[in-house]
Design a protein around this ligand. Structure first.
Ligand code: NAD
Length: 356
């Protein structure tokens, strides 16, 4: 029987509440599909700052590296907002991505049928089953490039650098082409090649990689156009691949099209099997401890982990189906609609387990 070691980074705010529900669902899936899961917990973010003085203790990196996969809740909160940049909880997030070599961020933007009305986009534009996968490069580009402050003509100024190497572009492109092969064989590469040299290299490299994937229909789109097309006609997209900064912005836009931030999962993958799986939302300090957080994004992140890191695709599908079924009649307050059964974070976890 396969036995997986999972590190839990519950984090801050609603992090612990939502991760506890995801663990419950994973345990249920393990029982049903005949695999074992062992958990270890480690500190990241504000809770790590409080306990150790740093947002990413070495012990956390070591535990994550020794595991098959990592589940993260969320980090951050007003308590730590006044700390300098490199000491803040979010520095822990960037740090763990770098330390684990998580270069590919996968963000599905999916509308579950019963939640269609949560989308701000008109029904006829979204269609019946919007399902976009954004693949964002996560460890390169302007967020990691050289930066600094200087004086220009006597005035304070600041600069950041966008740089990509060919191997960095190739490996993220391969992740995207591989995903496209498993989906509808359609890939859109997003860049700003009309202006940026780094984007011109991006485009050339993606075209070169495409020669290994003759079945995938590849097109290119400028990022400004893509931002517009996502709300104008989201159905045209299947898999989108793009750089760190463009992916950051476009994936947030795509997630709003799906309607509810409490529903959206993500995966960050390394070159091996190890991945980090987390909801896209933050630590929601405004509702932390009230027991009303929506745990479904974290539960759906567990489904992604089963699919992309643990090779248990049947368990992944079963969790996604259980979430869809549960949503037919049950809602946490953030996605509540008249006529539905209003449930707490814990009840939602229990209902998904029951539906499994
Ligand atoms: P947020 O995502 O935490 O919250 C935005 C709004 O959405 C809030 O009203 C919140 O109550 C609601 N919300 C979020 N998740 C929800 C859920 N599961 N169920 C119900 N409602 C939910 O974003 P924010 O308020 O901008 O940031 C709060 C803190 O989280 C900040 O410290 C920020 O830096 C941090 N943050 C962390 C991550 C991460 O850990 N990956 C991501 C984004 C923000």
């Amino acid at each position: 029987m396969a036995n997986y070691k999972i590190t839990l980074l519950k984090g801050d705010g609603i992090g612990p509440e939502i991760v506890n529900q995801a663990v419950k669902v994973l345990d249920k899936a393990a029982e049903k599909f005949g695999f074992g899961v062992e958990y270890d917990e480690a500190l990241l973010g504000g809770c790590a700052i409080d306990a150790t003085g740093v947002p990413l203790p070495d012990e956390t990196v070591a535990k994550c590296k020794a595991s098959d996969s990592v589940i993260l809740g969320a980090v951050g909160g007003p308590k730590w907002d006044t700390l300098p940049g490199n000491k803040r909880p979010e520095a822990g997030l960037l740090g763990i991505r770098g330390a684990l070599g998580l270069f590919a961020n996968l963000r599905p933007s999916v509308i579950f049928g019963p939640l269609k009305s949560a989308s701000p986009i008109k029904d006829d534009i979204i269609g019946d089953n919007m399902d976009i996968m954004i693949v964002r490069e996560l460890t390169g580009g302007i967020y990691f490039g050289e930066r600094g402050r200087k004086e220009v003509e006597g005035q304070p100024a600041a600069w950041d650098t966008e740089m990509y190497t060919v191997p960095e572009i190739e490996r993220i492109a391969r992740v995207a082409f591989d995903l496209a092969m498993k989906r509808n064989k359609k890939l859109t590469s997003v860049d700003k090649a009309n202006v940026l040299e780094s984007s011109r290299l991006w485009r050339e490299t993606v075209i070169n990689v495409s020669k290994d994937y003759p079945e995938v229909e590849l097109n290119h789109m400028y990022v400004d156009n893509c931002a517009m097309q996502l709300v104008r006609n989201p159905k045209q997209f299947d898999v989108i691949v793009t750089s760190n900064i463009f992916g950051d912005i476009l994936s947030d836009e795509a997630s709003m099209i799906a309607g509810s931030i409490g529903m959206l999962a993500s995966a960050s993958l390394s070159e091996g099997k190890l991945g980090l799986y987390e909801p896209i939302h933050g630590s929601a300090p405004d509702i932390a401890g009230l027991g009303i957080a929506n745990p479904l994004a974290t539960i759906l992140s567990v489904a992604m982990m089963l699919r992309y890191s643990l090779n248990q695709p049947k368990a992944a599908e079963a969790i996604e189906a259980a979430v869809a079924k549960t949503l037919e009649t049950n809602r946490t307050p953030d996605i509540y609609e008249d006529g539905m059964n209003k449930v707490s974070c814990e009840e939602m976890g229990d209902l998904v387990c029951a539906a499994l």
